[in-house]
Design a protein around this ligand. Structure first.
Ligand SMILES: [Zn+2]
Length: 242
């Protein structure tokens, strides 16, 4: 057994007993880890901080070499997103980001860049940023980080360069934009507007402010892709309204 130190965001909590809880942290240094916080459910717990969802803490825990439940020994608060408490759409968006991390990553598989982007997304949501804009931006980063970046500049099926924005489709199963010649043979295709395609291309480069029509289209296209990658629909997806 060894003591490990890290900074991490709480992405899930589960009650373990009357007084203890299991907290899943997305740490910068180690990726996702799960630790038992003995007494972590008590208001006056052994820790200097309440172990709530979306808190960023610096932590120390006892790591077991052969798996098994690891034990949290210290937790100190580093950052909280209190602005989310009074903004329900943004709170749900923040929970959605946490769910994507929890479902998408394996334990002890570090993704430092995604960690940085996750905190950036939460800070934007905390400051009242557009939840759909943040979600679409984050989904694109999440897909890229996991190796599923949608193909936008070439056809997801035949690989030909996409030169015109008209007559395009999108297929989550094929992993990107579908050219007009391939469209008839792709089952899960959906039309992709020229505006939608341009917005996706821009989204790859960073934040964009989305028009009303783009919000609906991009949210639906990216969410579909996330569902294909996860093999299921995220639980929080039902709470996100474009
Ligand atoms: Zn094609």
């Amino acid at each position: 057994m060894s003591l490990e130190k890290a900074t991490g965001l709480i992405i899930r909590t589960t009650d373990w007993s009357e007084s203890s809880r299991i907290a899943t942290f997305f740490t910068k240094e180690f990726g996702k880890i799960r630790v038992l916080a003995k007494g972590g459910r008590r208001i006056k717990s052994n820790f200097e901080v309440a172990l709530d969802l979306l808190s960023v803490c610096s932590i120390v825990w006892l790591r077991k070499p052969q798996g098994g439940l690891e034990i949290l020994t210290e937790a100190r608060s580093e950052e909280r997103f209190n602005g989310l408490r009074s903004n329900l759409p943004n709170l749900y968006a923040a929970y959605y980001l946490a769910e994507l991390v929890n479902e998408g990553l394996q334990d002890y598989d570090p993704h430092e860049q995604l960690y940085t982007h996750t905190l950036e997304g939460l800070r934007l949501l905390n400051a009242g940023g557009d939840p759909i804009g943040v979600i679409c931006w984050y989904e694109m980063l999440w897909l890229t980080e996991l190796g599923y970046r949608p193909r936008l500049n070439e056809c997801g099926s035949c690989g030909q360069a996409i030169l015109r924005a008209s007559g395009l489709n999108y297929s989550a199963g094929a992993g990107g934009v579908i050219c007009p010649s391939c469209a008839p043979s792709i089952k899960d295709k959906r039309p992709l507007s020229a505006e939608g395609w341009r917005a996706l291309v821009e989204l790859e480069k960073g934040h964009v402010s989305l028009t009303y029509a783009q919000r609906h289209e991009l949210k639906s296209v990216l969410e579909q892709t996330v569902c294909v990658v996860l093999g299921k629909r995220p639980r929080l997806a039902d709470y996100i309204v474009a």
